[in-house]
Design a protein around this ligand. Sequence first.
Ligand code: CUA
Length: 338
Amino acid sequence: MDTRAESRTSTRRLARAAVLGVLPALAGCAGGAPSALDPAGTGAGRVADLWWVLFWISMAVFAEVMLVLAWALVFRRRRDARVRHGQPLRFVTIAGAGIPLVVLVTVYALGLRDLAALGDGPGPRATTIEVTGHKWWWEVRVAGVAGATANELHIPVGEKVRIRLRTADVLHSFWVPQLMPKTDLIAGEVRETWLRAERAGTYRGQCAEYCGTQHAHMALLVVAEARSDFDAWRARLGAPAAQPQTDAQRRGQQTFAQGTCAGCHAIRGTEAAGRVGPDLSDVGSRWSIGAGAVPNDGGHLGGWIANSQTVKPGNYMPPQPVAAERLPDLIAYLQSLK
Ligand code: CUA
């Protein structure tokens, strides 16, 4: 094989590898994962529009560079009068300085416009949700309401909701790709962002700043719903937790209160008032256990209580000495808290 044929083959291989590498990535975007390119809110919509502008500008610049490269390769040996004296300087001025200047100034102006739009938060009467980052879960409260929940927050559709962010320990970052870009949680500071969902649905959020071993298992769910449903959720946050209805649930409640659980966790309306771990008053209705670590069902709940270190190594909950015969009751009780 001569050198040219060899080079053609390796170019083809390279192009094939590039296409095969890119396709699954594009498929991933379309497959229901929380993509910033599938915006459902005003803030993320701005970012997605800017992203596409940058994408098409990059494509245009890439095409232009490739064309110029091709032109240079085709005409490289014709060092005749085609390029007259004086032309190179004009070419460099226009293509090397003029066009990039126009492109960069345009992108800068668009960026400033979107930055201003993202900074335009909700008014003083807007609903405020207080989110505190912990290693490795999110504490969620509604301003003016006593109760707390974890790793799940509700917002009314079509309204700007203020999100007030604090961290209890290290740096975290609050990110709901389909609704709003990231906001860092910085120790000693109160940061603010806002969310506005244009359509009802659930949107997954994720801590976007490395914060230790279980950074990846620090997810949250934003539920955008009708105003009346949001009001009901807020009312539940302020009310005592559900009372046990069956004997098993009552035995489970006793196990919870008398064991080590209540030292770290709170359940509204009971004596359990621990503040170390998440408030469990509505744990039965949550979308996951361990901030996205495992699904919320009886099996995973039991496994988590017995030894959460096998599920989410490094988290602050030690293995619990709950007798095997008491575990089903405890699970039944916790699952009834909705
Ligand atoms: Cu919290 Cu990463």
